[in-house]
Structure formats: structure tokens, C-alpha cells
Design a protein around this ligand. Structure first.
Ligand SMILES: NC(=O)c1ccc[n+]([C@@H]2O[C@H](COP(=O)([O-])OP(=O)(O)OC[C@H]3O[C@@H](n4cnc5c(N)ncnc54)[C@H](OP(=O)(O)O)[C@@H]3O)[C@@H](O)[C@H]2O)c1
Length: 336
């Protein structure tokens, strides 16, 4: 059993706690720290979480094996580095960093101090996405040619003017940090590293806050192409369609945390003009939050590295940085 502390007890921090508390045999939350403890006192009492005065106090507590960060994006790097230097394993919500240098600094601190660093890309635990990965690995889908994705919703309206989510240094490129990075991570899981982006990002719906309409063309180092959009002043939805040389697959729904269906449509090689109807497969529901936290716990127990300086979470931050540069400079940006 890994004894963890939750840091940042807002919407998502509480959701992460609820996903494992009292049900997981592998990880439990024993302590917590947050900016305004009064907002979390009842929650902490209900879930038997001991509140501490500060993050620093948690890092000095020998009873705590790992910290789980659900804090604003700009705090992630400093908090990860501090945890690593204190010898605590650390699971950080996405994004790992707001640019490639920060993300790499976090990953290097974990490697140097021999602690496990995890990042909250919970979509990788969606059964439908894992099935697409298997279809690529065993050749059923053929060569990955192109991926389309979007992740949208009314976030721009949900957060009032002045909320940290609207700050340019917390949410560069509109919905990318809140939503789009999940789709980027899923795309990289399926098609490998991205080496070029051409992005555009605008605020169209309101006269304050972050951009709400962001889209981009992507090129993958392996040759595939892709495009991604995130609109955060519209109704909730997400969708990802992967086009392979044998057919296409599609996943998505209104709610990204309960997406259990996969549509598969394959070419009839004996008659390519014969239009095929997609076949729907449904998977059993899982908690992707519980799955990611238990995977993190297993990696601690087995001394297995998760985020590494040359891994996908750092690459994701590189792509995020390139998207921000591309949309502000109106140019195509290449990524080494
Ligand atoms: N994987 C997913 O699907 C998913 C979904 C949602 C969010 N997330 C991620 O989870 C993290 C937290 O997001 P959230 O939606 O939970 O945010 P939130 O509800 O605003 O919670 C943020 C927490 O951090 C605390 N905090 C500490 N310093 C702060 C500061 N300087 N400014 C503002 N808050 C501060 C807040 O304290 P107060 O109580 O004082 O406000 C609050 O407890 C982000 O990285 C986000 O991207 C991931």
C-alpha cells in the first residue's frame, strides 16, 4: 500500500482521492495540503485525510511515500522538483510543464533523485484506446495514415473572469492545457512523436480570458498526419478517429471519463468499392483515474520509471510549446 498525500484539493484533486480511497489495495491518501484548507475540511474528514499546514510539511513527513499534485499548471515544475529533492515519489496532473525546459527539468529531477514521476494522462487507460493500440501493433489497422481529434466543452464559461484557468501563463493556446494535451498524448501513444505543428488560436466568444478556439495541423516523425481542435466555448464533446491503410476506428463521446465504445470500419479488400458499415464494440467501464494511480503505485513498488527526460510526457510539453509559438508567430514550427 502506497501512502500518498493530495496537494491541491479542488475539483480534480478531490476526484483523484475518491477514485481510490477505501477501494484500492495499492494506494491510499493519508494526508493533504491545499491553498485554502477551509474549503476542503469536510472532504478531508469524510475521507480520513489529515490536513497539513503546507506542502513543505508534507515533504518532511516520513509517513508519506508519494505526493499527488492537482494544482494550477504553473506550479507543477517547482512542486515536482521539490518533491524529488525530498525523496518523495510524485504524480502530477497534466501538463507536466508549460514548456519543454520545465518538463525536462522535472523529469531530470525525478531521475537524479531516483523517485518515480507519473503524469495524469489517464486516457491511456481507456480500454477503447488500448484496443486501437493493439490493432496497430498486430497489423489489423494497417499503417497509421492520419488522426483527427477534438476535445471541446464550455470551460471558458465555467471559469469566471480572474480565475487561474483564464490566465495566459496558466492556459496558453486556449483549451490546450485543459483539454487538448489529452488528445495529443493519445495521438502520440498511437502514432509516435510529433515533429511539426501549424497552429491557430483565437478568443472569439468572450471579451476576457483565454483563447477559446484553437486548432492545428500535425505531422508525426513516422510520417502520419493529424489535426486537432479544442473549442472551449461550446457544448461538451470529444472524438478521435484514426485512419489506417486497412480501415478506420473512432472513439469519443460527450463525457471523456465514460467512453467505452469503439467504432471499427475496415476495407473489404475483395471489393474496395463495397461501402462497409462500422461495427460498434463496447468495453466494460473502468475508472481511468484509479487505473493511473494504481499503475503509479505499482511502478513505485517495482522500481520502474514512468516519466523520463526523453519520454512522451516531456515530448508533449515540447509540442505544447511549439503550438504556442506557432499560433503566436503564424508560422509552422518544427520540433527536433
Ligand atoms: N486528467 C483530467 O482529466 C483532469 C481534469 C481536470 C483537471 N485536471 C488537472 O488537475 C489540476 C487541477 O485542476 P482543477 O480543475 O482541480 O483546479 P481547481 O479546482 O482550481 O483546484 C486547484 C487547487 O489548487 C489550489 N491552489 C494552490 N495554489 C493555487 C493558486 N496559486 N491559484 C489557484 N489555486 C491554487 C486551489 O486552492 P483553493 O482551494 O484556494 O482554490 C485548489 O485546491 C490541473 O493540472 C488540471 O489540468 C485534470
Amino acid at each position: 500500500m502506497i501512502n500518498a498525500a493530495i496537494v491541491g484539493m479542488g475539483t480534480w484533486g478531490q476526484n483523484l482521492v475518491k477514485s481510490v480511497q477505501g477501494v484500492s489495495p495499492h494506494i491510499q491518501f493519508v494526508a493533504g495540503a491545499t491553498r485554502t484548507p477551509a474549503k476542503a475540511t469536510d472532504f478531508a474528514a469524510r475521507h480520513k485525510i489529515r490536513m497539513t499546514d503546507s506542502y513543505e510539511a508534507l515533504l518532511e513527513d516520513p509517513a508519506i511515500d508519494a505526493v499527488v499534485l492537482a494544482t494550477p499548471h504553473s506550479m507543477h515544475t517547482t512542486q515536482i522538483v521539490a518533491a524529488a529533492q525530498a525523496g518523495k515519489h510524485v504524480f502530477c496532473e497534466k501538463p507536466l510543464g508549460l514548456d519543454s525546459a520545465s518538463a525536462r527539468r522535472a523529469a531530470e529531477a525525478a531521475a537524479l533523485n531516483k523517485v518515480v514521476l507519473g503524469v495524469g494522462y489517464n486516457w491511456r487507460f481507456q480500454p477503447a484506446l488500448q484496443e486501437i493500440r493493439r490493432m496497430i501493433d498486430d497489423g489489423r489497422l494497417g499503417k497509421v495514415l492520419h488522426i483527427e481529434g477534438n476535445f471541446c466543452g464550455p470551460s471558458a464559461y465555467r471559469f469566471p473572469n480572474g480565475h487561474w484557468r483564464h490566465a495566459g501563463d496558466e492556459s496558453p493556446a486556449g483549451g490546450m492545457t485543459g483539454r487538448g494535451v489529452h488528445v495529443l498524448d493519445a495521438m502520440m501513444y498511437l502514432a509516435g512523436p510529433i515533429d511539426q505543428v501549424t497552429a491557430q488560436s483565437y478568443r472569439l466568444a468572450q471579451d476576457f480570458g483565454s483563447d477559446d478556439t484553437t486548432s492545428m495541423l500535425l505531422h508525426f516523425a513516422g510520417g502520419s498526419t493529424g489535426y486537432l481542435g479544442t473549442v472551449i466555448a461550446t457544448a461538451e464533446t470529444w472524438r478521435m478517429q484514426v485512419f489506417g491503410s486497412n480501415g478506420w476506428v473512432q472513439v469519443g463521446d460527450v463525457e471523456h471519463l465514460s467512453t467505452w465504445d469503439l467504432l471499427v470500419c475496415m476495407i473489404d479488400r475483395d471489393n474496395v468499392t463495397n461501402k462497409q458499415k462500422p461495427v460498434r464494440t463496447s468495453f466494460a467501464p473502468v475508472s481511468t483515474e484509479r487505473a493511473e494511480l494504481e499503475h503509479f503505485a505499482a511502478c513505485i513498488v517495482n522500481h520502474h520509471a514512468l516519466v523520463t527526460p526523453d519520454g512522451d510526457a516531456v515530448r508533449n510539453a515540447e509540442v505544447l510549446e511549439a503550438i504556442v509559438r506557432s499560433s503566436s508567430s503564424h508560422t509552422t514550427v518544427k520540433i527536433d
